[in-house]
Design a protein around this ligand. Structure first.
Ligand SMILES: [Cu+2]
Length: 141
């Protein structure tokens, strides 16, 4: 038994660089998505992922997961809406994206006219028809 454990540990060490490479390649294909923000909605956690874990002026890919009791909730669709309030020499700005299903997550593309503080709401619908939403505030860098 102990020998078996040692053997599987050796396998793990031997194969980990390969697994790591596969992981890196996989991330490259996903545009290197990293956690931007985790939001609480009741007992659920809504996770917002973006390339590099930031929002930047211009187009931004965004991926959304909902986690309940440590498991991904199957999602159907959603919408992320953000606005920047009116400022002395700037009109109010609004932006939003529909989120569509891709496996465990929803994906969209959101455009920011400029950096700064944006706030709004994320709303998603689960495969079972439940609506989950939360207010969101992000800093566009
Ligand atoms: Cu502004």
């Amino acid at each position: 038994m102990l020998q078996l454990k040692r053997k599987s540990l050796l396998y793990a060490i031997y194969f980990s660089p390969i697994l790591f490479l596969v992981f890196l390649i996989g991330c490259g294909n996903n545009g290197n998505l990293e956690l931007l923000q985790g939001l609480r909605s009741g007992a659920d956690r809504i996770e917002i992922h973006t390339p590099g874990g930031t929002f930047n002026p211009g187009d931004n890919k965004v991926a959304v997961y909902v986690i309940r009791n440590g498991e991904f909730v199957e999602l159907d669709e959603g919408n992320l809406w953000l606005h920047m309030p009116e400022m002395p020499n700037m009109p109010r700005m609004d932006t939003d994206t529909d989120l569509t299903k891709n496996g465990d997550r929803l994906e969209g593309n959101i455009y920011f006219e400029m950096g700064g503080g944006w706030n709004g709401e994320i709303i998603v619908q689960t495969a079972r028809g439940q609506t989950i939403d939360a207010p969101i505030r992000v800093q566009v860098r």
